[in-house]
Ligand binder design. Structure first.
Ligand code: IMP
Ligand code: MG
Length: 183
């Protein structure tokens, strides 16, 4: 029996499913305009970007390859610990390819920086980074993304693929959970 649902832990909703889909549609058009004739390799950074990735790919009309990679950024509670490791690589040979790295959220920017450096060593034609959310951490020297869906304040968010301790990924919107849920 379902005792308590995920949405009961949500304090406020930042982006509704409708707002998300409208923004993803815009991003899809922008990427089509840049990559329409380039047959990009779309790389989804699991697991947080899963819903964003599948929506974004469907919002694009160009030919593409799709694959899934996974990196761990050793999260302790709600803060990144700074160590990144590649857990699952792409099966594609990326040499000469236009890579589009699709992330859920940029926080410290370390995961992104690590992945960009890693793929750069394999001689791609280009690397473009896309994140659904860009968190304003107030650090000016942080690695920046080429495309983002929304900028958000320095708050811990969940839903639309994003988790807290692997919970809440299945919420269809982006929200903030009630502080007591962290305990
Ligand atoms: P970064 O390496 O610090 O940029 O962190 C990137 C990763 O941390 C993301 O791919 C997320 O998995 C996770 N993360 C950072 N901020 C949040 C958040 O507010 N909610 C959920 N996950 C987050
Ligand atoms: Mg995560």
């Amino acid at each position: 029996m379902l005792i308590r649902t995920a949405k009961e832990d949500v304090e406020k909703i930042l982006f509704t499913p409708e707002q998300i889909q409208a923004r993803v549609a815009e991003l899809g058009k922008e990427l089509d305009a840049q990559f329409g004739d380039k047959h990009p390799l779309m790389l989804c950074v699991l697991r947080g970007a899963a819903f964003f990735f599948t929506d974004l790919c469907r919002a694009m009309e160009c030919h593409m390859d799709m694959d899934f990679i996974s990196a761990s950024s050793y999260f302790k509670g709600t803060k990144s610990s700074g160590t990144v490791r590649l857990l699952k690589d792409t099966v594609f040979d990326v040499e000469g390819r236009h890579i589009i790295l699709v992330e859920d959220i940029i926080d410290s920017g370390l995961t992104l920086m690590y992945l960009e450096k890693l793929f750069q060593t394999r001689n791609p034609a280009s690397i473009t980074t896309v994140a659904f959310l860009d968190k304003d951490t107030g650090k000016p020297d942080r690695n920046s993304v080429d495309y983002y869906g929304f900028k958000i304040p320095d708050e811990f968010v969940i839903g639309y693929g994003l988790d807290f301790a692997d919970y809440y990924r299945n919420l269809p919107y982006i929200g903030v959970i009630r502080p007591e849920c962290y305990e």
